[in-house]
Design a protein around this ligand. Structure first.
Ligand code: HEC
Length: 152
């Protein structure tokens, strides 16, 4: 292969960057749409939650996402669901979060990308990855066991 001339290389790099930006934007759009379809009924349109029923997601998840154990919890939560009392934003909750194992990994990554990125300002490297989801599917905990992951 002939080496690229500098200007051609710059143009190619710009095209790659634009494509990547478009891909990220498309994944975020997909995540928002999927969130509306799968999660908003309980957690509300912008992740405000429904006090006493489903916890607030917006602005509440950043500290957990910063830790590997927190990302493990989020991945297991969407794969297996969760049951057991929790306190979030000073409110008590004790209902059941359904499992979403029937959704493909790509959709779960997109949804959690939206919830963590858009609703919690979490940087891409601290969002839940496809590897995290694969590990969660392998482990497949019972909903009351998932609850214990939240305490770490
Ligand atoms: C049928 C209602 C319902 C739906 C639909 C639902 N959730 Fe939940 N979710 C809950 C409930 C209830 C809890 C708290 C469970 C508990 O108290 O153990 C919860 C907990 C959570 C938590 C943990 C919050 C924390 O503070 O630890 C996250 C994150 C979450 N849900 C994300 C999602 C996402 C993402 C979706 C869509 C894929 C979704 N939920 C769909 C009801 C729901």
């Amino acid at each position: 292969m002939k080496p690229m001339r500098p200007r051609t290389a710059v143009r190619a790099a710009a095209t790659v960057a634009a494509t990547m930006a478009a891909t990220v934007a498309a994944a975020q759009d997909a995540g928002a749409t999927l969130y509306d379809q799968q999660c908003a009924v309980c957690h509300a349109a912008k992740g405000e939650g429904i006090p006493g029923f489903a916890p607030r997601l917006a602005g509440e998840l950043g500290a957990r996402a910063a830790k590997a154990s927190g990302r493990e919890y989020f991945a297991q939560l969407v794969v297996s669901g969760m049951m057991g009392p929790i306190v979030s934003g000073g409110e008590k909750y004790n209902d059941a979060m359904p499992a979403f194992a029937s959704l493909p990994d790509g959709q779960l990554v997109a949804i959690l990308g939206y919830v963590l990125g858009e609703l919690n300002g979490v940087a891409p490297e601290h969002r839940v990855s496809a590897q995290d989801l694969a590990a969660a599917r392998q482990r497949a905990l019972a909903p009351n066991e998932v609850r214990k992951l939240r305490d770490r």
